[in-house]
Design a binder for this molecule. Structure first.
Ligand code: NAD
Length: 311
């Protein structure tokens, strides 16, 4: 595989940054990988697991001689981290991020970069789990998944090519779209479901405190499937809510209206209206097919297959 960077800085060696580094190293696509972080313990885990070659907590030391930087920290921290790297970063180095929100993040980074904004292209790898930190990183998290790039008008063609090559080297299918389109789509299919899962867990827990038999003790497939993502990092999701505020509010309003329609039909005992709502959702959901299993499940399935082949 062609080398995409001699010295790669991963700022935020968590689930996404760590998994990216693992995938690139496994394919021999990078030289040295420097992990920039704020938690010494997380950086120790990253070193121990062979995710990074060198750990740094000082941005200027991390940035020196780097030729590619991926900022994979919570979205409200992306621009401040870019700012902290700028003094020492060589002028030829290309910068991207992994943030789940694009318009506000891209605008903030471009403001910091000023005349040199051509070296930045926003990215959002569409892959993840509810786990976080270097401990959760796996080499095949990004494999075969989509990565959306949101180049701005100032992003140079060379930066775009470089960032395409980065995510492709990690096994991703790369496409581009305007940042505003990205934020509208992901408010609906990612940010709303997370917020709704957090709210569902809280709604049940609130009622549960009042009863003698705890309902959560009986939570089975349906509840656990829907709320798996409510175990995600509150820090990361707080930032996403704030950074994509307008689109998320629109998505929550749409969801409230859909829930209200079902509530009204149930309240009226209107069997036809209930059935119509449920049937419309069933058809749409079935067309979507099943989601690929999260990496831990894929790993167990592969081990199982190896064991049965060995028999
Ligand atoms: P994570 O919590 O696993 O990792 C984030 C890392 O950033 C942590 O190790 C944390 O210590 C570090 N960090 C925080 N502030 C820092 C700072 N100021 N300087 C240096 N390091 C700092 O989170 P993650 O899931 O890897 O998410 C990282 C980014 O990727 C976020 O912007 C998120 O929106 C995006 N993203 C997440 C997912 C997902 O499903 N988890 C999917 C796609 C994109």
């Amino acid at each position: 595989m062609r080398r995409i960077a001699d010295r790669l800085v991963i700022a935020g060696v968590g689930l996404i940054g760590g998994s990216l580094a693992m995938a690139l190293r496994a394919r021999g696509a990078v030289g040295e990988v420097i992990g920039l972080g704020r938690s010494a313990e997380n950086l120790r885990v990253a070193r121990r697991r062979g995710i990074i070659d060198r750990a740094e907590r000082d941005p200027e030391r991390a940035a020196r001689d780097a030729d590619l930087v991926v900022v994979a920290v919570p979205v409200q921290t992306i621009a401040p981290v870019v700012s902290s790297l700028m003094r020492a970063l060589p002028p030829t180095a290309v910068i991207t991020d992994a943030g789940s929100v694009k318009s506000s993040v891209v605008a903030a980074v471009e403001r910091i970069l000023g005349d040199t904004a051509g070296r930045f292209c926003g990215s959002h790898p569409i892959a993840g789990t509810e786990h976080s930190g270097a401990v959760a990183a796996v080499p095949d998290l990004l494999e075969g998944r989509r990565c959306v790039l949101t180049p701005g008008p100032r992003t140079t063609a060379a930066t775009r090519r470089r960032v395409h090559a980065l995510w492709e080297a990690a096994g991703m299918r790369v496409e581009e779209m305007p940042a505003a389109t990205h934020d509208r789509i992901f408010a609906l299919v990612s940010h709303l479901p997370h917020v709704a899962a957090f709210a569902l867990v809280n709604a049940v827990a609130d009622v549960d405190q009042q009863g003698t038999r705890r309902a959560l003790a009986y939570a089975a497939g349906g509840f656990k499937d829907w709320t798996r993502i409510a175990a995600s990092s509150p820090e990361m999701w707080r930032d996403i809510c704030l950074a994509n505020r307008e689109e998320l509010l629109r998505a929550i309003d749409g969801f409230s209206a859909a829930l209200e329609r079902i509530r009204d039909a149930v309240g009226l005992g209107d069997a036809a209206a209930i059935a119509a709502e449920l049937a419309r959702a069933q058809v749409t959901r079935r067309r979507l097919g099943t989601a690929p299993p999260p990496p831990a499940v894929r790993l167990r399935a592969r081990r199982g297959a190896r064991r049965s082949r060995g028999r």
